[in-house]
Design a protein. Structure first.
Length: 154
């Protein structure tokens, strides 16, 4: 029996980034009250979770999706490198910034999300556009988006 270890850190990071992406989309859809988009992204989130499970499992998928599979004993990952990858690439997703903020600063991640949310509200006619014209709202939204990444820079 071949017991050679296989490092899956990069592949697992890619799968977990999918979870962060779809988790973010699900919560954004819920925040916006968009049931159709929420429904669509909830399914995508389910499939992303399935990819993580498949990555860590052996054998073929059973016919019954709730049937448990064996853990892939030779698949290993480096948790430090995994966290670094998720911190670096997760910053593009709301859930990633919350769980893996750059520099470990959760308040900076929250500030970035608030700026991005304000930009969306301004650009797409959120609750308070403060009497701005469409062009003015777009210009302010653009500026807010430019400021948001600066909030999580260590």
């Amino acid at each position: 029996m071949n017991r050679t270890r296989q490092d899956i850190t990069d592949l697992l990071a890619e799968d977990l980034l999918g979870l962060l992406d779809y988790t973010s989309r699900v919560f954004n859809a819920a925040d916006e009250g968009n049931g159709h988009y929420l429904h669509d992204k909830a399914r995508a989130l389910l499939l992303a979770a399935r990819r993580v499970y498949d990555r860590l499992s052996t054998g073929d998928r059973p016919d019954n999706p709730t049937e448990a599979r064996e853990f892939h004993e030779t698949a290993t990952f480096d948790p430090v490198r995994l966290r670094a990858l998720l911190t670096d690439q997760g910053r593009f997703h709301r859930a990633g910034r919350a769980l893996y903020p750059l520099g470990g600063d959760t308040s900076a991640a929250a500030a970035q999300h608030a700026l991005e949310r304000a930009a969306l509200d301004l650009q797409f006619g959120g609750p308070d556009t403060a009497g701005l014209t469409s062009a003015q709202a777009c210009a302010v939204a653009k500026w807010l988006r430019e400021q948001a990444p600066k909030r999580v820079t260590p």
